[in-house]
Design a protein around this ligand. Structure first.
Ligand code: AVJ
Length: 313
């Protein structure tokens, strides 16, 4: 693309890509997978037969949001971290009937579309979107202050983070929500490796497209000429780290430039693009406790694939 027609690149994106490709172990932070196209592809992933996470979590929410609402009590504000488009929010909003909903998301565009749609469906609900990266300290709107607060962090998004970052985030959530607040969080469990691997390498190739879109995005937004067709999607279980890793693997020796910087990759070398940590029954509770949260209740599906945890600050 010509420099004149290229949308002005996010300097944070450029820095992360240039530093990540130059590092001894090539890696680009997973957050850059979620441009508009990436977010659409992720929505498609959530409907795949192999991607059990969304279905199982949705059923758990349908079954237990009523209990959550009773425990939290009436009049609570619901604060969602990384809200996206989500039907999960609707399940919680229908069960808890909160007076106030605060969706937090980095994509302002997505946030406004979602807020408009929700406002039509829930006429009595006040919606105060906050456009922010929830990894940073967040100033909640003043209306939240005199209310009970229920944080909502579904989708096993916490799994994107290594343990130390997850604890930092959970502690930051506790600080912004305040003493006495509740947090409803979804976490994916350790299970059969084939089931896990298939969830991240589906037969229809949607996850592959989602991963490869990162290279298209780099070519689109930065001045880059990465040969996307020389890469393939890989999803691998890293057992010692208890996580699925997504990589983009070079299928032949290649050379390319990004923003004037030259890069080379040998056949078989990869760019690490995402981690999805999986938790044993005690692991998620340990993370919560290490961040100052106390366990209130935990629900799992009959096959123990996924857990919904309610914690209190
Ligand atoms: C949105 C981070 C929860 O790790 O399962 C799905 C992202 N990546 N398939 C996950 C994802 C590939 C997803 N999270």
């Amino acid at each position: 693309m010509d420099a004149e027609t290229r949308p002005s690149a996010d300097p944070l994106f450029r820095n992360d890509v240039l530093a990540g490709l130059a590092a001894p172990v090539r890696a680009v932070p997973a957050r850059w997978l979620y441009d508009r196209r990436g977010s659409e592809l992720f929505e498609a992933i959530t409907g795949l037969p192999e991607y059990y996470l969304t279905r199982v979590e949705t059923t758990l929410l349908e079954d237990h949001c009523g209990a959550v609402a009773r425990i939290v009590g009436p009049g609570a504000a619901v604060i969602e971290f990384g809200s996206g488009a989500s039907i999960k929010t609707r399940i919680l909003l229908r069960a808890a009937e909160p007076p106030l909903y605060v969706p937090i998301d980095i994509s302002g565009e997505f946030l406004r579309d979602a807020a408009t749609a929700l406002a039509n469906e829930f006429p009595g609900l006040a919606i105060r979107p906050v456009e922010a990266d929830f990894m940073q300290p967040i100033a909640l709107p003043p209306e939240v202050r005199d209310r009970r607060r229920l944080g909502f962090f579904p989708g096993s998004t916490i799994g994107n983070m290594v343990a130390s970052t997850a604890v930092d985030l959970l502690r930051a959530m506790k600080n912004s929500l305040g003493v006495g607040a509740h947090l409803l969080i979804g976490v994916d469990r350790i299970k059969d490796v084939d089931v896990l691997t298939r969830a991240y390498d589906d037969a229809a190739g949607v996850t592959a497209a989602f991963n490869l879109n990162l290279l298209d995005r780099i070519n689109r937004e930065l001045d880059a000429d990465i040969p996307v067709d020389a890469f393939r999607h890989r999803a691998v279980w890293n057992d010692p780290m208890s996580r699925i890793e997504m990589h983009l693997e070079a299928m032949r020796d290649i050379a390319f430039t990004v923003d004037g910087a030259d890069f080379e990759m040998k056949a078989g070398e990869t760019i690490h693009t995402e981690n999805s940590h999986k938790y044993g029954p005690r692991d998620a509770r340990l993370l919560l406790r290490a961040s100052g949260w106390g366990l209130v209740k935990e629900w799992t599906d009959p096959k123990d694939r996924y857990a919904l945890i309610l914690a209190e600050a």
